[in-house]
Write a protein that binds this ligand. Structure first.
Ligand code: NAD
Length: 299
């Protein structure tokens, strides 16, 4: 991505909008350039295998978007759609085959996997060098030890979005609401790497409001529509809303009450158009990184 800072546009509430869609477009353009350079050097495009097991409707939308964006960025896309009844051993056999396929630089297993399949076992089977989701314990461990390699897409997207708008995270009091393995925990590690002072909230947190009110940077990753009232947001805070929820009227909404929060925050992401597009852009970026890392290892 270019070094120049994005132009900040205010929302109706007054907070400046963190336009994930626009920043993601910049990231994808940079990825396309790097993918073309890789293809010129190695005689093949970087390759991303996307594995979907079953037909969860939300997953199908995500998978379609990921495959389409890959192709647009000059990344080869390998589609593996398996029926929901596929035995775990067969999924593992596919992962092993992809690990050894030289055309494949990145392997993405779309979650959730069907009940009865041990998701940890499947994810752990992915070669860490091809783990473009950044979920493998090796990549999480490297991030925890402040030597990141392939970084988890949504948390990495938050960092890149902050960077694009010139928000300096060092020293800020950051609160992450949600502690899942795929968003909350790696988000805390990313913020720590960025030298924020980090608090992580979860279902065991005693006084969530007090924690949120202190946050100069707030990341919400809970999965409940409008769960964080705007009135809790600290004036001037940078609010990153990772949640994607279907409201009763059918619209997509985040975990934070957007209008009320935008009257208090300094910066805020929209839903949709915030971390969703950033997540896909970082997946593509990771795929080219993985391709270059693997090629470097062979040279
Ligand atoms: P999850 O259900 O695995 O984790 C939710 C977390 O929220 C848990 O750690 C839980 O402790 C915490 N939580 C739940 N209720 C709480 C409460 N009352 N108080 C405090 N903490 C509470 O969900 P996830 O996979 O981390 O996803 C979270 C949200 O982010 C979902 O809406 C998901 O759709 C969205 N998501 C978006 C993207 C994207 O690309 N933008 C990517 C991944 C996930």
């Amino acid at each position: 991505m270019g070094a120049s800072t994005m132009e900040a546009v205010p929302t109706a509430g007054g907070a400046l909008l963190l336009d994930g869609k626009a920043v993601a477009a910049r990231v994808r353009a940079a990825v396309a350039t790097r993918a073309a350079e890789f293809a010129a050097r190695h005689g093949r495009r970087p390759g991303l295998a996307v594995v979907q097991v079953g037909e969860d409707p939300a997953s199908s939308v995500y998978v379609r978007n990921k495959r389409k964006s890959s192709l647009e960025a000059g990344i080869e896309s390998f589609a593996h759609d398996l029926p929901a009844t596929t035995p775990e051993a067969q999924i593992l056999a596919l992962v092993h085959a992809l690990n050894h396929d030289e055309r494949v630089d990145g392997i993405l297993i779309q979650l959730p996997l069907p009940k009865g399949v041990n998701a940890d076992r499947v994810m752990d089977a992915v070669d860490p060098a091809k783990d473009v989701d950044g979920f493998h314990p090796v990549n999480t461990g490297l991030l925890a030890q402040k030597r990141p390699r392939l970084r988890p897409c949504t948390p990495y997207g938050v960092i890149k979005l902050a960077e694009a708008y010139g928000i300096a995270l060092t020293g800020l009091r950051a609160t992450v609401v949600g502690a899942s393995n795929i968003v909350g925990r790696p988000m805390a590690l990313e913020l720590l790497l960025a030298r924020s002072t980090v608090t992580v909230c979860h279902t065991g947190t005693r006084d969530l409001r007090a924690e949120v009110e202190r946050a100069e940077v707030l990341v919400a990753a809970v999965g409940k529509a409008g769960f964080i009232p705007g009135a809790w947001v600290r004036p001037g805070a940078a609010v990153f809303d990772v949640g994607i929820n279907r409201a009763s009227d059918g619209k997509l909404v985040g975990d934070v009450e957007f209008e009320a929060a935008a009257r208090r925050a300094g910066w805020i992401t929209p839903v949709p158009g915030g971390l969703g597009p950033m997540t896909i852009a970082m997946l593509l970026s990771n795929t080219v990184d993985a391709a270059n890392l693997r090629a470097g290892r062979r040279e």
